[in-house]
Design a protein around this ligand. Structure first.
Ligand SMILES: NC(=O)c1ccc[n+]([C@@H]2O[C@H](COP(=O)([O-])OP(=O)(O)OC[C@H]3O[C@@H](n4cnc5c(N)ncnc54)[C@H](OP(=O)(O)O)[C@@H]3O)[C@@H](O)[C@H]2O)c1
Length: 290
């Protein structure tokens, strides 16, 4: 990253979801090192406290704050957005990073399938709640950026959103792939909707990254993840393409794109099909009670 890119983040406010470890934490650190004010969202007060201490120490910046919320909950996601809105008058970069995989069926606090709630629905809710602020910030400074952290596994999910995973016949990998597809479809559609406002929306797959993702699934899954981790990228490397999209001048004006790390890729054409986009918007709005 050039000095000009680093300087470009001074005075900017960035919000990163799911940043108490993994890619989110490394991304938050990268943003703080580049001089941005960084707000992280996490579910545990203790892990937020520890992360803030780590980020402040590693970046030398004191402009790092935390909001506590269980992002699998629509209600708590809305509260997190309200807390942010009450405190900050601008938002330059929103990084929807939080996610997880659940091999056994679990329900979110509002009774939705947990992967869908954690990997997609709160991204929709948080962004929609903060959209006016993003637009306002873009009007004042020329641009605001939203980045969806998705996964190339989305390709293995059926195109539509009429059937979401439920308790009956639950398949955790399919649930993850569908939520990641939803993120991508949402990002592409939002980019089209807000194009004239100066809000830029892109999606990125960070690659295989050695984090604790899927570490909650116990036994055999942990063994497999341990093996995969050996061949995975270090966490800092996973954050690098995200930081590029968030900070680099070369992405000014770039919107509605999908990247596998630094490489732009054509999204599966089904992601732009109006009936699928409409389905996703309908189901998201109903679940988010917007
Ligand atoms: N790692 C990869 O190879 C890979 C590949 C493709 C895409 N991705 C995507 O990258 C993103 C980050 O993944 P990661 O690998 O960094 O995962 P990770 O190491 O498991 O980190 C997940 C983060 O989300 C937080 N989180 C989990 N549940 C939460 C909840 N209910 N409310 C609020 N925060 C919650 C965790 O907080 P706690 O500290 O409280 O657990 C943690 O900070 C995900 O969207 C993932 O799908 C990862």
């Amino acid at each position: 990253m050039s000095t000009a890119d680093a300087d470009a983040m001074r005075g900017k406010i960035c919000l990163v979801s799911g940043a108490t470890r993994g890619i989110g934490q490394a991304t938050a650190l990268g943003l703080a090192r580049r001089g941005a004010t960084v707000v992280i969202i996490g579910r545990s007060a203790e892990r937020i406290k520890n992360t803030l201490a780590l980020l402040r120490q590693e970046s030398g910046s004191s402009c790092i704050e935390g909001i506590q919320a269980d992002l699998s909950s629509v209600v708590e996601t809305r509260q997190a957005a309200a807390t942010f809105l009450a405190k900050y008058a601008r938002l330059d970069v929103l990084i929807n990073n939080v996610g997880g995989t659940f091999l056994r069926y679990q329900a979110s606090p509002e009774g939705y399938e947990l992967t869908w709630a954690l990997d997609y629905l709160n991204h929709f809710v948080l962004t929609q709640q903060l959209l006016d602020l993003l637009k306002d910030s873009a009007a004042k400074s020329g641009e605001a950026r939203v980045i969806e952290i998705t996964s190339s596994i989305y390709r293995y999910s059926p195109a539509g959103f009429t059937r979401l995973q439920g308790q009956q016949g639950y398949n955790g990998v399919a649930a993850y792939a569908q939520a990641k597809r939803a993120q991508l479809v949402y990002a592409l559609q939002l980019a089209r909707q807000v194009q004239r406002s100066g809000v830029r929306v892109n999606a990125v797959t960070p690659g295989f990254v050695a984090t604790g993702i899927a570490g909650n699934n116990g036994g055999g899954a942990n063994l497999v993840m341990g093996l995969i981790r050996r061949f995975s990228l270090p966490v800092d490397e996973g954050a690098r393409p995200i930081l590029q999209l968030a900070c680099a001048a070369q992405y000014k004006g770039v919107s509605g794109r999908y990247f596998y790390r630094f490489q732009e890729q054509k999204p599966d054409p089904s992601c732009a099909k109006p009936e699928h986009v409409e389905q996703l918007w309908r189901v998201s709005t109903e679940m988010a009670v917007l």
